[in-house]
Design a protein. Sequence first.
Length: 251
Amino acid sequence: MAAKRPNAKRKRPGLRAQNKDPRKRRGRAASAKSSKPRAAATKTRHAHEVDVERGLRNTAEHDTYEIRHRLKNMLAVIQAIANATLVDGVPLAEARTAFNTRLGALAKAHDILFNAGWTRADLAVIIREVLAPYRGVRSKGPDVALGPKPALAFALALHELGTNASKYGALSVDGGYVDIAWKLARTSAGDELRLRWRERHGPRVRPPTHEGFGSRLIRDNLASEFSGTVELEFQPDGVACTVCAPAKRLH
């Protein structure tokens, strides 16, 4: 009887033998294919995040520039108001009151612009807010939007007209009132804003002997910011102010 041979150890299949298994080859191929879309998606997501971060950074830089620009303009206006209000010969209490009320008008215009996203302010809203302390103001006209600088200039000019009317003009007596009317007129050069302030049933008006800061603010500053003309008339029955400006320059 032949002797039994000892059980030989079963050899594990080598690498080549493993690779011959079609199921394993398919699994690796499927894994390789599925990893490609994931890698592409990750790359796309990373690129998107970079773009978003860059956009946020650019927006922040733009906002910082805008804030700095607005602050410089505001400080320049405040300085001009202070220099024109706090002058020799004017009692300190009177100058302080005038300065504070002018700053108040400026603040109201800033509030209106801020609520509108600092893009445009409605002309009718400026009239209503700046002249809110006074009774006897009548206003009518179409929707007209003003850019930041024209809006600030208009608010300050309107404040000066209202203050003058309440002290010496139609708003200083019972029965007196102010008519403010505006329209957009067609011209060969395009639409033109035509606005008129007219005091009625007030005391007799005499032209001033000298031109003060208020008159210069109304006539010169407003005309410059509106790129138009401003006519200030001291008629016997009340002050009249006429503003004409190209509509395209109001933004």
